[in-house]
Design a protein around this ligand. Structure first.
Ligand SMILES: O=C(O)CCC(=O)C(=O)O
Length: 191
């Protein structure tokens, strides 16, 4: 991580409470194997109320339908993603089986994701980055202004959004320079 140096598990003072980051969640060899499998997935352009985004996505376990603002069942989680889910869960300190939603996102060069907070149906969010670095920007309202933070997510790294980082802060990823995949794991909030 270049922009803001943190301990393995403790956020730097300027990173939000509830945010955690670590490099090298997986090895380069594991990354190669995963990317090979990811390229064969049935990606579709991200759709938001009829607008098609530049990034492409595929969901497993559950799918969040933005047009209906509801989640629905999706294809089962492929077995090749289960070891990565175990690793992500161990990093986040959550039960792997609870991470029932997986979103794989393909960012071609020039694709990013705008400011948002993940939907309230989800609880913690664990993201794993593959192939290329990107900047993760974070912001939240502070009085009449905005408090901001950012860091570089290195390939093979993981981050956790929990607590205020998840519920109070928004995040975004500016357009990437070269192909990047993210695999985000989410558990469902008790209903
Ligand atoms: O690419 C990332 O790691 C961020 C993904 C994200 O914010 C999302 O899917 O909501």
């Amino acid at each position: 991580m270049k922009a803001t140096q943190t301990d393995l598990f403790e956020p730097a003072p300027d990173l939000p409470e509830g945010f955690r980051y670590r490099d090298d969640l997986i090895s380069a060899e594991e990354e190669r194997g995963l990317v090979e499998r990811l390229t064969g997935l049935p990606f579709a352009p991200f759709e938001f109320h009829g607008y098609l985004g530049k990034r492409r996505v595929v969901s497993f376990g559950w799918h969040y339908d933005f047009s209906k603002e509801a989640i629905r069942r999706a294809e089962s989680i492929p077995t090749f993603l289960l070891p990565l889910r175990n690793r992500a869960a161990a990093f986040a300190g959550v039960d792997p089986a609870g991470l029932q939603h997986i979103l794989v996102t393909e960012y071609a060069a020039g694709a990013g994701i705008g400011w948002h907070r993940d939907k309230a149906v989800f609880e913690e969010v664990v993201g794993v980055s593959l192939l290329s670095p990107c900047v993760l920007r974070l912001r939240r309202q502070a009085g009449t202004g905005l408090k901001r933070a950012s860091l570089t997510l290195e390939p093979r790294s993981a981050y956790l959004l929990a607590g205020p980082a998840r519920t109070e802060w928004e995040h975004s990823v500016p357009a990437v320079d070269s192909l990047r995949y993210s695999v985000t794991f989410r558990n469902l909030r008790a209903r």
